[in-house]
Design a protein around this ligand. Sequence first.
Ligand SMILES: [Zn+2]
Length: 128
Amino acid sequence: MIYTKTKLKDGAIVCGPVTAKSTYTRCAVCGKEIQMDLRELILAGAQDPYDTEVNCAECSAKMMHRGDINIDIVIRLTDVLRDIGYGMELHGLCEDFEVEDVRDLAPEEYELFVDELIDKISEVRHAG
Ligand SMILES: [Zn+2]
């Protein structure tokens, strides 16, 4: 058994077994106390299980959240891509979507358009 030994203010020594249920950490983002099974850290290949930042489920979920895509974002994204030389790909994709300009896309097409655009560019980049 691995256990922790803590000296209290009055000099008393408290020993506690280190188990999956007795190890805690605080969320690096919100500070909430979370139970942390050290085995998970070790399996995840943590460099230093004693000094690993962990996020609680809610904060992890928030970080995973992708914001909604709106037309301003589509325009900004396509402007940048055109600036760095992907005007052709952009034009081709507009043809696929049968629009003259990204501003003519229907809101329900934004996400698909962005997905396809990213796919197209990553194909071109890897082919090059
Ligand atoms: Zn948190």
